[in-house]
Design a protein around this ligand. Structure first.
Ligand code: ADP
Ligand code: MG
Length: 585
């Protein structure tokens, strides 16, 4: 096939412009991204080869290789993993499939200063395009496992890229960066220096489970420093032999599984880098959770709670981020059997000792041990959230802002943990405009004689505050929870009580408010008098409005507004009607 020239997709082009003009200050992360992709490609090949033994691929020595050329000022990251077909190169490298790209770019345009722009990019994670922070030209040569022809992709990051067919490149992918000249001056950015590469790999990619090798080019005579580092390489003392024999490649990473090590051996930074590899996020997680079990069903797990919600948290495409390993070997990502939907934001690794290496998703769903494990993971995540709530309030506040809406979905179907979930929920309240409240706090503040937990659902705080329903409650000093997330409409109907108190919508029925007060003989008589006085009017209104409402009655709940519409307990509330309408029902 001839060389073809393509334009980048609009979003890709905009993002590339930002990379070229380096709005992200920590350029070292480009290498982490390339290694992360290489590692994913090796995982994929290993699994594909297990699944399909007719696949004509070499899986004997899966590894990552880094090569630098001081003279040409190039850096190459090579893997012998799954590779990409020509079509895949165009689809995967020329476009950004990530949802939320358009919104991100819009926000970036509005970003007032460099640091807020950097924060946004960090939350998004740029991946392969990060190469253009340090390179003025990037070439990718790849051959998909099982195919004979390969593809070369080249771009300067401006405008477009070219794609051509290559006769017989090695299996896997090699990405070569031609480094920008300005980075040479500064030793810190000297990405052709083996010393610098070693440092970056150690810092960001030490836990990668595949060997990351670098053949250190040794000019003869070898400098003492490097001869020492290449321990085990023979003939270091014999300059002539060293020049002829290919330099012994050095493995840069320890490949240690962080989840198998005890917590005091591992730094927070190491945990965070593992998180970034798994989640493709560039920002640190909020919480790191370690979990292990010994005995008949042994497993180790490291889970993370991110510090921000992904852009696609509410889309079907959103993947759960828990990876399954069996005895240190990667088995699958997005293991839905391990985490319920409402904890889909949790990222991490579960490494089980006693599962078969070719276990399938279907088997996992049925497996009793997996179900026990899942139950424990859920409890542990919920207890960690509880702990944040009491010990790390700021983290909890961030957590709730980002993920509260998702957690509340659990109230709908996780009956076993309903109480635990209710305990980690916070709600807006009429009591305080700024501060959220827990149900526990609400219950502790309940007035003498108050029997129920009152709430009102609505589109916004203002909508609820302006509702006539609220008047009587405000007048009596009764606190009302303000629920404005769409999911609130649904769960309130399925949660009967908290701490023995029923949850009651103030927009439903009329009896309960009265029952909160002593209805003395006098008020009763007065009520009857009014009833008689207005009977004719009420009858007339009921008749006139019979297509609109069930009944028109006198109310004691209003103090300012002349009238309000209420629904009977059990009826569909107006907000729920809206929700159903939005869902097309
Ligand atoms: P992400 O890793 O978050 O998907 P990237 O921009 O890093 O985003 O990579 C985009 C896609 O390109 C990857 O999902 C993968 O399909 C493909 N890709 C990148 N590097 C490699 C590689 N070394 N081998 C095979 N595929 C790769
Ligand atoms: Mg990537």
């Amino acid at each position: 096939m001839p060389t073809e020239t393509f334009e980048f997709q609009v979003e890709a082009r905009q993002l590339l412009q930002m990379m070229i003009h380096s709005i992200y200050s920590n350029k070292d992360v480009f290498l982490r991204e390339l290694i992360s992709n290489a590692s994913d490609a090796l995982d994929k090949l290993r699994i594909e080869a297990l699944r399909d033994d007719s696949l004509n691929a070499d899986v004997d020595d899966l590894h990552i290789e880094i090569e630098t050329d001081q003279e040409a000022r190039t850096l190459t990251v090579r893997d012998n993993g799954i590779g990409m077909s020509r079509d895949e190169v165009v689809r995967l490298i020329g476009t950004i499939a990530k949802s939320g790209t358009a919104e991100l770019l819009a926000k970036l345009q509005e970003a007032k200063d460099a640091s807020s722009a950097e924060g946004l990019i960090g939350q998004f994670g740029v991946g392969f395009y990060a190469s253009f922070m340090v390179a003025d030209e990037v070439t990718l040569v790849t051959r998909a496992a099982g195919e004979t022809e390969g593809t070369r992709w080249t771009s300067t990051g401006e405008g477009g890229y070219t794609v051509e067919t290559v006769a017989d490149p090695p299996q896997g992918t090699a990405v070569t960066l031609r480094l920008k000249p300005e980075d040479t001056e500064d030793q810190l950015f000297d990405y052709v220096s083996p010393w610098k590469i070693r440092e970056i790999v150690k810092r960001y990619s030490d836990f990668i489970t595949w060997p990351i090798r670098m053949a250190v080019e040794r000019p003869a005579p070898a400098p003492a420093q490097e001869a020492e580092d290449a321990e085990g390489a023979e003939g270091a003392d014999d300059a002539a032999a060293a020049e002829q024999a290919p330099p012994e490649p050095e493995t840069l990473n320890s490949m240690k599984a962080l989840w198998a090590r005890s917590r005091d051996e591992v730094s927070d930074e190491e945990y965070h880098e593992l998180y970034k590899h798994i989640s493709h996020d560039w920002t640190d997680p909020l919480e790191t959770i370690q979990l292990r079990a010994e005995g008949t069903f042994e497993y180790q797990s490291l889970l993370f709670i991110p510090s921000h919600a992904p852009h696609d948290l509410f889309s079907q495409a959103n993947k759960r981020g828990v990876q399954l390993y069996v005895k240190r070997v990667f088995i699958m990502e997005d293991c839905e059997a391990l985490v319920p939907d409402y904890l889909r934001f949790v990222k991490g690794v579960v490494d089980a000792q006693d599962l078969s290496l070719n276990v399938s998703r279907e088997i996992l769903q049925q497996d009793r041990q997996i179900q026990l494990m899942r139950r424990r993971l859920v409890k542990k995540v919920l207890s960690t959230i509880k702990e944040m709530m009491t010990k790390r309030e700021e983290n909890y506040a961030t957590f709730w802002r980002e993920f509260g809406r998702v957690v509340k979905e659990g109230l709908l179907n996780d009956y076993d943990n309903r109480d635990a979930i209710l305990k980690v929920c916070s709600f807006a309240t009429t009591r305080d405009k700024e501060k959220l409240t827990t149900l526990q706090e609400y219950v502790e503040r309940m007035k003498d004689g108050q029997q129920h937990i009152y709430y009102m659902t609505g589109e916004s705080r203002t909508a609820v505050e302006n509702s006539p329903h609220l008047e009587a409650f405000q007048a009596r000093g009764l606190e009302v929870l303000i629920l404005t997330d769409p999911v609130d409409e649904v769960w309130v109907g399925s949660v009967p009580e908290f701490d023995g108190k029923q949850l009651r919508s103030i927009a439903q029925g009329e009896a309960e408010l009265e029952s909160e007060e002593e209805t003395g003989e006098e008020t009763k008589a007065e009520r009857e008098r009014q009833q008689a006085e207005f009977a004719e009017l009420l009858g007339w209104l009921t008749e006139r409005l019979k297509d609109e409402v069930k009944e028109v009655r006198l109310s004691s709940r209003l103090t300012v507004s002349p009238a309000c519409v209420v629904t009977d307990a059990g009826d569909v509330t107006p907000a729920l009607q809206n929700l159903y309408r939005a869902m097309g029902q």
